[in-house]
Design a protein around this ligand. Structure first.
Ligand SMILES: [Mn+2]
Length: 321
């Protein structure tokens, strides 16, 4: 991983100071993509858009500088001998994501928080594995409402296939792997494409899915129902950008109509910051069409703002509004 040199809200930590957040940008990550190609280019596009974010937020009346949100960015541009679309190269990439996340989490006290930029959704298994490695082993397999560590999974799809296109490491299997291999509780929000859910019963009370439709109950209500009491829960937020409506963000690998607004996603961050602590997350599945390479697109700016706000909500906690 090489440090990014572009100063921005994603890269503002003064030399010698520990970052509160490390943005880890994984380029060339799209082996299991099954829809549109181009997730391998998304991290660079999101970082470039981040350079255009003004760090002055009118609602706070202040500059959001390193004193509130100290961020360092690392960029992974792997050069493999093997072709990109080869299973062994993908396993190697997942291992790189795991090792990078682990070494960032172990690099300072207090533990920095990691925001991974993908790439397709399969990388979430590697980042969450690295987080769980740093926690007591008996924490897993608790019910969603009582767990100390919860993955909030924003996605149009459930990603619950035990394997997809014969690949158990697929982006469409990652929530299943989190629940079965890691035993970590998962709260899905924004879902409107529900694959049969044959396995929902075996996940028991570690799993809940708030389907998203035109009769949508409020996000506040979802959190009130699942987390009846506030307790020190650590939230990892996995943001698959296809959770957004295509009118908000168009270029994703597997688009679905009828999705969330930009403000809905910020409301999820706000609820997480209220009910517990946001300790890490990822932003995945955006694609970059060839004609948009090197230009500033609305999609990349939307993704960059959401990444910025996820970190901001984590740092401001109840002050985030
Ligand atoms: Mn997904």
């Amino acid at each position: 991983m090489t440090p990014s040199v572009t100063p921005s809200v994603f890269n503002n930590v003064p030399a010698g100071q520990h970052p509160r957040w490390v943005v880890a940008a994984y380029n060339e990550f799209e082996y299991t993509a099954t829809g549109a190609w181009g997730t391998r280019l998304a991290p660079t596009a999101i970082l470039q858009a981040g350079a255009h974010i003004e760090p002055l937020l009118p609602r706070y009346g202040e500059l959001i500088g390193p004193s509130r949100l100290a961020v360092k960015t690392l960029v992974d541009n792997p050069l493999f001998d093997e072709p990109l679309r080869k299973a062994s190269a993908h396993r190697e990439r997942l291992l790189r994501v795991f090792n990078t996340t682990s070494s960032i989490l172990a690099s300072a006290e207090p533990m920095p928080k990691v925001l991974a930029l993908g790439g397709e959704h399969s990388l979430t298994f590697a980042t969450v594995s690295a987080y769980l490695d740093r926690r007591p082993k008996d924490e897993n397999y608790r019910s969603l409402g009582n767990a100390p560590f919860v993955v909030v999974y924003l996605d149009a799809h459930t990603d619950l296939y035990p394997k997809y296109q014969d690949n158990p490491l697929s982006h469409a299997s990652v929530a299943h792997r989190l629940l079965t291999e890691l035993g970590v509780p998962v709260l899905q929000i924004g879902t409107r494409s529900f694959n049969p859910g044959w396995h929902a019963l075996m996940y028991g009370d570690r799993y809940a899915c708030a389907m998203w439709d035109e009769r949508q109950t409020s996000i506040e209500h979802i959190f009130q129902t699942v987390f009846s009491l506030r307790h020190p829960v650590d939230f990892y937020i996995s943001l698959d950008l296809d959770v957004l409506d295509p009118s908000v963000l168009r270029n994703v690998s597997c688009p679905e109509p009828g999705g969330m607004s930009y403000w809905d996603v910020l409301e999820v961050f706000r609820q997480c910051a209220y009910y517990g602590n946001i300790v890490g997350g990822d932003v995945v599945e955006m694609t970059v069409p060839p004609q948009q390479c090197g230009t500033l697109s609305a999609d990349a700016m939307t993704a960059a703002q959401l990444a910025f706000h996820m970190m901001l909500a984590a740092e401001l906690g109840e002050e985030y509004r």
